[in-house]
Design a protein around this ligand. Structure first.
Ligand SMILES: Cc1cc2nc3c(=O)[nH]c(=O)nc-3n(C[C@H](O)[C@H](O)[C@H](O)COP(=O)(O)OP(=O)(O)OC[C@H]3O[C@@H](n4cnc5c(N)ncnc54)[C@H](O)[C@@H]3O)c2cc1C
Length: 341
């Protein structure tokens, strides 16, 4: 693809997950030469296909943080892209529920937080109103977030891949970045593929390597501990809900999030076909491993039985897992997105 050693890429993007594809679709075109280097045989084989597919509203993040701002803006942009390009989505809204007085107090501060973040339409619901909207959910109060929804994440990535290719971006699959050397006017990239190792120059490198993005930063000579870029793997498992119970809720139902937003709490998610699953939990792990630990089933059941009383232990089956690349280690405070200069 890249002419070995002779061709100069203006921009090289490492990773064809949803972030790499979105960046590529944005920077491709206007005569720029853009390469995407992806180690797997297709796009979206890692975290981007192992998640809840929720379009978040930005309610949880600290006011004034870049994460809150980008989440709110991204929410509107995603719906617009979905409508314009026929990507499957359902703007279901979501409920964050309280089952006791203490949680009710936490809902109040969450509501204020979301309003400060500029999330439109957030509303506190009484027990009666929750019953009206979700007759099978047990809660004494809830926040309704109307701008939350569910997206077909594979269709989104197909669209972004198409859009990047239309702009002239080219993707090398089964190609792994193994070296990045600073040169006089950019970088020398070293790639490993089935034919061996090769290098090519590029003016700009964009690191979209997900779970490996700290290793990529290290390859480029960054001291990741000093820069605070070392990643922690935080696994999120899912259990499917059988016995025809998916139809018992109309929208994702969330509990109060964990302290420091370490996770949003095990919740009921629905995909765009309305199929329900529970998850994800949040467990720090040392190695990438996507298996689902059957022994978590009891914890899943205990976590949701208070607000989803129709779920029985026997309804749950292990489904899949994803891994969050987190800057935040166990018990550490919520880290903010950063502008780097
Ligand atoms: C359990 C879970 C639930 C989530 N739920 C939601 C949700 O509901 N809503 C939401 O918005 N977000 C959610 N997320 C977050 C969302 O999934 C991620 O933010 C997103 O997928 C990150 O995409 P990415 O492109 O950065 O990473 P990835 O999809 O992991 O892509 C990185 C790519 O880089 C490639 N790569 C890595 N190293 C190299 C190398 N050396 N050479 C070449 N290629 C390389 C990998 O093969 C991979 O394809 C969730 C995440 C998890 C884990």
């Amino acid at each position: 693809m890249y002419s070995r050693g002779s061709d100069k890429a203006e921009i090289t993007i490492i990773g064809a997950g949803v972030i790499g594809l979105a960046v590529a679709s944005r920077v491709a075109g206007e005569g720029r030469q853009v390469y995407i280097i992806e180690q797997n045989d297709s796009f979206g084989k890692e975290t981007s296909s192992r998640n809840s597919e929720i379009i978040h509203s930005g309610t949880y993040y600290p006011p004034g943080s870049l994460k809150a701002e980008t989440c709110r803006e991204g929410n509107a942009i995603l719906y617009e892209i979905c409508q314009r390009y026929g990507i499957g989505y359902r703007k279901t809204g979501k409920l964050i529920v309280a089952t006791n007085d203490e949680e009710s107090g936490e809902l109040e501060s969450l509501l204020k937080n979301g309003q400060q973040n500029g999330v439109q339409g957030l509303a506190m619901l009484s027990e009666g109103k929750v019953k009206e909207m979700e007759p099978n959910v047990k809660a004494i109060a809830a926040i309704f977030s109307p701008s939350s929804g569910v997206i077909d994440s594979l269709a989104l990535m197909k669209y972004l891949d198409y859009s990047a290719r239309e702009g002239g971006a080219r993707t090398a699959y089964r190609s792994r970045v193994v070296g990045i050397e600073k040169s006089a006017d950019g970088y020398e990239m070293t790639i490993e593929d089935s034919s061996g190792t090769s290098s090519f120059p590029t003016r700009v490198v964009i690191n979209c390597a997900g779970l490996s993005s700290d290793k990529i930063a290290e390859l480029a000579g960054i001291d990741i501990d000093k820069a605070g870029y070392r990643l922690h793997y935080c696994k999120g498992e899912y259990f499917s809900v059988g016995n025809n119970k998916s139809r018992l809720v109309k929208r994702p139902i969330y509990p109060i999030p964990e302290p420091n937003i370490a996770s949003m709490g095990i919740h009921a998610t629905l995909d765009i076909d309305g199929r329900m699953r529970l998850g994800p939990n949040a467990r720090y792990i040392d190695e990438i491993d996507y298996s689902v630990d059957q022994r978590q089933k009891g914890d899943f059941y205990e976590s949701v039985k208070g607000f989803l009383p129709f779920i029985e232990y026997e309804d749950l089956e292990p489904e899949m897992a994803g891994i969050r690349p987190k800057l935040q280690g166990p018990g550490e405070p919520f880290p903010r997105f950063r502008h780097q200069t």
